[in-house]
Design a protein around this ligand. Sequence first.
Ligand code: GRG
Length: 288
Amino acid sequence: MTFNDFKATWTPVIDNFLREHLDSEVADKKISQIMSYSVMAGGKRLRPLLFLATLAALKAKISDNEIRIACGIELIHTYSLIHDDLPAMDNDDFRRGKLTSHKKWGEAEAILAGDALLPMGIQWIVQGSNSANLVNIITKAVGPNGMVGGQYLDIDSTNNESVAHNSEFINKMEWLKTGCLLRACVEMAADYGHANMSQRKQLLQFAHAFGRSYQIYDDLVDVIETSEEAGKKTHKDSENGKNNTLTLLGVAQSREELSALINEAQQSLKNIDSHVLAGFLDLYKKVL
Ligand code: GRG
């Protein structure tokens, strides 16, 4: 199966599960609506698809429980985006082409919607898997030694000029903020799908390179779209005083870094029989 076929098969299943279960499992219809507004705003479903594609690579079955786990990951991802957009963080007005949660519903409401999505996501993962290991993997990936830790480093380095903005710092921050959760999607599937030692090692190598690439890709998309729209080669993050690989290395070197990581990811999949996982890397080609 190709990546596009896989995506076309499972994205609607993920979308329907999210819509139906947020509606039926959240008692208060107002908070349910606020949560759904962001969850159903048109995300790419990259993390749930990555979890399911890794399961498929391991020839594990995909049914309701596996979809529940995959959707649990998407709830957690959506919580992080809602909180990232808040005035105290990135202060963004638009996300996924729509008003951000706090712009649409108010700040307290957005904080609470994010707060509600995080535990619900963990609950769905445990309901679907009945596995303390999976809960351990996901909570580690999004806690202080993962995503929140990375977000803290980002905020701290923006607020304090004394923080060294060298490549070691930026690699660490971007890995924690973005890479850890992507890697966790693969690690959860490796655990749940009973990967053997060698499969696990290769899948985790792939996940590391893929996760590390994602933030560089996302920033390159930004710069390409910005320069296409404005007819100039500036980048909004550099204008905002943000720190990332792109502002450190510039566009050409960031592309080289991304190519090297894609190569590494491809190599890791050499003995894993999955066109679908390899297809995730095609995403990046449009910015190379
Ligand atoms: C607020 C605790 C807390 C964490 C926020 C995820 C995050 C940490 C910040 C987002 C910053 C950002 C834009 C990073 C770039 C990579 C990224 C995570 C992009 C958004 O994910 P996509 O591209 O978005 O999968 P969709 O909308 O498709 O789900």
